[in-house]
Write a protein that binds this ligand. Structure first.
Ligand code: SF4
Length: 237
């Protein structure tokens, strides 16, 4: 059972397991989730390095595993190009976007609302349309201040499991995995970015907090778009 693999002591795993043991654990979590959820298990692919690693891990469990990408009108050209390449490599990756009209520069005046409309809503749509019972993310607890309290297996919405199979990986271990497996990555990393998002809300930043370049100058600085913190199933909205 997937729950049997759950652990409360995430910090101990971060420190205690080596790279190979972490890869093995991630694969085991995905394998178990796939055995229990089958086609209801879907990977959320943000086109960032962590998603690329998780997508590669999932594809090594089964090439049939499906995924979805949530994109917005504000994604940088490099990300849009990389998305087109990934979708042509993997047609089982579906793209969701919300094209509804929003006020000009909503990202500056109300970034929470902007993310809710452009990111959270299409994520809800993906989960509904793809009949998802378990979604897989590339979230990691070492990414920054807002990500320390997550678990590998969560059920934030009743009936919808969220699996974070690389939760305990360090940033360098993600790059180790991607390099060793020659995985295609978003070219923006070559420019110095460490965490990717929409262009108005993402800057190149240095330091300990990997997500420090997100939403700089707003109350959301280094924070979350909402897909990991808000309800995703209709009945809870
Ligand atoms: S990251 Fe910025 S531009 Fe993108 S949806 Fe959120 S607030 Fe809007």
């Amino acid at each position: 059972m997937l729950e049997d693999l759950a652990t409360e002591d995430v910090a101990e795993l971060v420190e205690g397991l080596n790279f190979a043991q972490k890869v093995e654990r991630s694969l085991e979590l995905i394998k178990q989730a796939y055995a229990e959820h089958g086609d209801g298990m879907v990977v959320a692919n943000s086109l960032g390095k962590d998603s690329s690693a998780v997508w590669h891990l999932a594809k090594s469990v089964s090439p049939k595993i499906r995924g979805f990408i949530v994109t917005t009108r504000f994604k940088p050209p490099e990300t849009k190009k990389f998305m087109a390449e990934e979708v042509s490599r993997y047609p089982e990756l579906r793209v969701f976007r919300n094209n509804e009209e929003i006020p000009d520069k909503l990202y500056a005046t109300d970034p929470d609302k902007c993310c809710e409309i452009l990111k959270v809503k299409p994520t809800r749509q993906a989960i509904k349309e793809m009949n998802v019972t378990c979604w897989i993310t590339g979230l990691r607890c070492t990414e920054g201040r807002t990500r320390t309290a997550f678990k590998e297996i969560e059920e934030r919405d009743i009936g919808l499991i969220k699996l974070n199979p690389i939760l305990i990986w360090y940033e360098r271990e993600v790059w180790e995995y991607l390099a060793l497996n020659r995985v295609h990555v978003n070219p923006l990393y070559g420019k110095g970015y460490r965490s990717l998002g929409c262009w108005p809300c993402t800057k190149i930043a240095q330091g300990k907090d990997e997500r420090a370049g997100r939403w700089i100058g707003t109350s959301k600085c280094g924070g979350e778009c909402g897909i990991h913190t808000k309800p995703l199933l209709d009945y809870q909205i």
